[in-house]
Unconditional design. Sequence first.
Length: 461
Amino acid sequence: MSDASTIDSAGPAAAGTRPVPTANADVMHIPGEDGLPWFGMAREFLTDPRGMSRRMRDTYGPVFRTRFIGQRTVSLSGVEGLELVLLDREKNFSSEQGWDHTIGRFFRRGLMLLDFDEHRFHRRIMQAAFKRDALEHYMASMDEVVERSLTHWRDSDDFRFYPAVKQLTLDNAAVAFLGIALGSEADRLNTAFIDSVAASIALIRIPIPGLGYWRGLKGRELLQDFFRTQIPERRKSQGQDMFTRLCHATDDEGRRFSDDDIVDHMIFLMMAAHDTLTSSLTTAAYGLAAHPEWQQRLRAEAAVTGDGPLAYDQLDALPQTEWVFNEALRMWGPVPFVPRRTQREFEFQGVRIPANVQVGVSPDAAHYDPEIWTDPERFDPERFSPERAEHKRHLFAYCPYGGGAHKCIGMHFALILAKVMLRRLVMQFDIALPDGRSHAMQHLPIPKPKDGLPLILTPRG
Ligand code: HEM
């Protein structure tokens, strides 16, 4: 697919050749627990991951061992662990091998599942699809999708925010990522995509025809076919969507992605964006519904941006909307744990951690650290104001997007969609929680209110 002026990405380290170790080295000298046979500590982890981390840390100290579905993980607590692992100055922590156990089968060769020099090489090319002019184009279609969705929400009985905003992020992805119109093709791709994401985190991973895991594999095949078939045409077109941009993207030396790279990156990008956006927009709406004074504050700042679509230059006019979104990400971050696998032995807080061990760090633990945050259990967006700036008390005090080489490439995209969506929401509706609903949250695999967040939306004016 390359022409004389470009070089396809053979990249440093040939594609997919690095073996991914499946078994940990011995970590039994590290204090911790195994839980039940095979399941390990799955029950406690799934129902109360934050409480479990706190209990383990209080019992065993800052470095402890847990087990989850047959796999032992060594947790390195606190901001020190986050800084060591995410900045990874010694190139000792493989992201590919860390994530492989959960999502490797479906998302192998996505950007997050590449390491070190090869990862840097791919990230530099991908950056072209996240520059300002690209974001401006994605933003132009966002407002339209949001407006259309809000019209449906206005007319809906038994409105639940989570499924509604899930559809909104799918529609947004069809337009901004894939460059296709909403309709039956978008629906077909969305279903394939949802099936493959569901299968990637399924506990039972046997492809029995008709069941979830099998549907996921079929979904991945359909997406692969869609992208592969379209690439020749997209390489010639001038489309402004993310897919077409990846087909044209080059690094400073003119190197670009092969067809296989584009397929793998696009499928991963859709996954990386979808649940994270759905979850964080939902928890932000929950925060607003539970705190009407913040609806008023956001409405007041939205008023200065007029009634039309939000322009890129107006994004900075919505600082308090950003604080609300930040606070939702602090309290209910969609990626509460980041896994890695060690390449060499090292020592942390006096504990020896061997090579080839699954380790994990937790943004969530930093986000609730009472030594960093004032009253961390409280929804208090003002903590992000320049006067208080609690998030600046440590480099890793606030890290919902991770940090270091793998820091989320889509973080600006996420914030733009949040501003576009929350602005329209407060301008058009008063939002309230129905009386007597439970406030229970599901934490994993993605944070969301267990009841899907029923909301009473009262149209304004
Ligand atoms: C609120 C929304 C989001 C949150 C909280 C979030 C969080 C994260 C985190 C924590 C990581 C790092 C994981 C690690 O180090 O192992 C990450 C990586 C990534 N995210 Fe996001 N994400 C969000 C939205 C998005 C969106 C909208 C996109 C795409 C448009 C995206 C694309 C990616 C990609 C490609 C990576 C891998 C980066 C790399 O390995 O270099 N994310 N995200």
